[in-house]
Design a protein around this ligand. Sequence first.
Ligand code: KIV
Length: 295
Amino acid sequence: MSTTTVSTTTSQNASRKKVTTLTFRQKKERGEPITMLTAYDYPTAMAMDQAGIDCILVGDSLGMVVLGYENTLPVTMDEMLHHARAVARGAKSSLLIGDMPFMSYQVSTEEAVRNAGRFLQNGGMDAVKLEGGRERVDAVRAIVGAGIPVMGHLGLTPQSVHQLGGFRAQGKTASAAKRLLEDAKILEEAGVFSLVLEAVPSRLAEFISKEISIPTIGIGAGAGCDGQVLVTHDLLGLFERFTPKFVKQYVNFHAEMHKAFTDYIDDVESKRFPAQEHTVEMSDDEWVAFQKEIK
Ligand code: KIV
């Protein structure tokens, strides 16, 4: 792609209108797919914002793909806010959502509201996301009641990995599917503006998407959702530990990085780098003067 094409796209999107929760609803009404990705840092957020992404989630997947934890459970509010601020500095138009980490909303509704508020006050986010259905409805109501938009998250909810017995698909039996549909309706009624459906059968996700008026965002939930989200490190091939079946990898940055780093090591060891063009020069006159200075 030429530089001209890149800068045209960038400047067009620089004047893009801010995406809001209202945009989400309008897109669902018009049948236009909503696009969402995760980001955890300034340059990635800037690149996806300029590419025209509708929504950026500062996901607690941060813990696994950036911080190297085994799962998302150790992630703290302070870690989330640190990365949320970096993302907010990079993204100007996308709707920004802060993912509430484990134990930031489960203990009491008061704590849930306070921590949700921190994402807006100290993290530069526009909304928050939290995991769970009927068991989280009080927290959802309280946060929405404080004027903070909430995105729900049902199906495979990684913070419940131990309760679910691993990272496995959900809603695959008739009774589990019924419970998921009920939870979706309960969350809608409690005021969530949108709902992530993770690793649920596509026919169920499509059915739920038609049954509720708020937009569903699928991840491993098929094409019948109102939008799609992926963990960016999966899409970019940056997370080597495992790649879920539902991920489409667009590039293998891990392999690209490996090549760049081994090329660099090779260049330094064989003294090909730095070359003349990477070097700061000093005039002969100044060099002679310097020689005199140190005599
Ligand atoms: O933390 C995260 O990245 C998420 C997405 C998978 C939706 O919750």
